[in-house]
Design a protein around this ligand. Structure first.
Ligand SMILES: Cc1cc2nc3c(=O)[nH]c(=O)nc-3n(C[C@H](O)[C@H](O)[C@H](O)COP(=O)(O)OP(=O)(O)OC[C@H]3O[C@@H](n4cnc5c(N)ncnc54)[C@H](O)[C@@H]3O)c2cc1C
Length: 375
């Protein structure tokens, strides 16, 4: 998010920008730990609009941003096994189509044809969007960062934000482990740490309701003799909506994961190996080839959850302070559009986007809405 905002500010000619990063490298937070999934298939109109714009930019990334990225548009396949899920998806596919997204309905046999090796037992229906896919988080982050840097933006690594000073009702400086930056504008793009940054603002802090929640990814090494028909050869992302189990091909193996409903809020990213048997129980039912696979490695990262699963984009609590965070597990893919929108606002341009579903004050106004496809 920070790299995208910096890039889009530079496109407006705003280059008096410092991107502060606590770590020695960019992209080691949630962005460096995600599954790379990019989809149009959301339940919330504003998220679908973010996807349409973001995927358009990802498709033209090398031409527009000037750096090549790895992007496979082999589609997202959602498997639905209950009447309630089918009903929800009916409404949402209608919405997606109204917005111009080409989403298909499939039966179990159609799903199996797209994802060889899939066991579609109990699948009542499936949806598929061919322009969804898998992109490379490091390439996108570094592409935005390098383009911003060549336009004059400064990137300070190893520079931890420790405080944000305010005076006369607006921000005036950021304190870091490497000194103070005087500024009238601060963008909080700290992902799962956005709430911590909010609490640093002025004497009272700003309540940015973003909660870190640990999520795991496992990589299964398939043995070289694995027949092609037991695992999809494309990068299609398959999601079992009821269980949230998902997988896609990753190199010679398979990347997979699943939400853990018992996980509580934490910044701890230690892998919980005792969660693996629960995932495997579900996984082998959908992709039987995993039964004979070995797990080559695993990692955990942080989802940045808001109370309604939608992000916070825009002004946040005190003049000059903005937030672009809380993407609740789908922020990598929305970084192109979200960064563009935030940069427009900071640069004083109309973002041409209805930000009310993403406004910080929605949590006080108890507006209904939110995202239902948090996987
Ligand atoms: C297992 C997993 C799978 C996921 N899969 C997907 C997916 O398939 N598709 C998708 O779109 N999204 C996915 N996500 C979500 C996605 O990774 C996040 O939404 C996205 O990376 C958020 O980006 P960000 O820039 O807001 O946060 P981050 O990438 O976390 O960046 C925040 C940065 O702020 C820095 N920082 C924090 N505190 C300070 C401080 N005090 N001073 C200076 N710097 C600070 C951090 O070091 C970090 O670099 C997944 C996440 C996980 C954990």
């Amino acid at each position: 998010m920070g790299a995208s905002v910096a890039y889009h500010l530079a496109r407006h000619g705003v280059t008096d920008v410092v991107r502060l990063e606590r770590e020695k490298m960019l992209g080691t937070g949630s962005t460096g730990r995600n599954a790379g999934g990019v989809r149009h298939q959301f339940s919330n109109e504003a998220n679908i609009r973010l996807s349409i714009e973001s995927i358009r930019l990802l498709e033209r990334f090398a031409d527009e941003v000037g750096h090549p990225i790895d992007f496979h548009q082999d589609g997202y396949l959602f498997l639905l096994s209950s009447p309630a899920a089918v009903e929800t998806f009916r409404r949402n596919v209608d919405l997606q189509r109204r917005l111009g997204v080409d989403v298909q309905w499939l039966d179990a046999a159609g799903a199996r044809r797209l994802a060889p090796g899939l066991d579609a037992a109990g699948v009542m229906a499936a949806t598929f969007c061919a322009r969804d896919g898998i992109a490379d988080p490091n390439g996108v982050t570094m592409g935005f960062a390098k383009a911003a840097q060549s336009a004059g933006v400064v990137i300070e690594r190893d520079a931890e934000v420790t405080g944000i000073r305010a005076s006369g009702g607006r921000v005036c400086a950021v304190e870091t482990s490497r000194g103070t930056v005087e500024t009238r504008t601060v963008v909080n793009a700290a992902g799962p740490w956005a709430g911590v940054i909010g609490r640093m603002v002025g004497a009272d802090g700003v309540n940015v309701p973003v909660r870190p929640v640990r999520r795991h990814i496992f990589i299964a090494a398939m043995d070289g003799g694995q027949p092609a028909a037991t695992v999809p050869s494309s990068h299609i992302m398959v999601i079992d909506f009821e269980t949230t189990f998902y997988f896609h091909r990753e190199g010679g193996g398979v990347l997979f994961g699943m939400g853990d409903p018992s996980e509580t809020s934490t910044f701890d990213t230690t892998v919980q190996w005792d969660f693996l048997p629960q995932v495997i129980d579900v996984a082998v039912k959908r992709l039987p080839a995993l039964e004979s696979a070995s797990i080559s490695h695993a990692w955990a990262g942080l989802y940045e959850m808001t109370p309604d699963g939608n992000p916070i984009i825009g002004p946040a609590g005190i003049e000059g302070f903005y937030t672009v965070a809380g993407f609740s597990g789908h922020g990598f893919q929305h970084s192109p559009a979200a960064g563009r929108i935030l940069a427009d606002i900071v640069a004083g341009h109309d973002p041409h986007f209805d930000l009310s579903p993403f406004a910080l004050d929605r949590f006080n106004a108890s507006r209904v809405g939110g995202e239902r496809y948090v996987i």
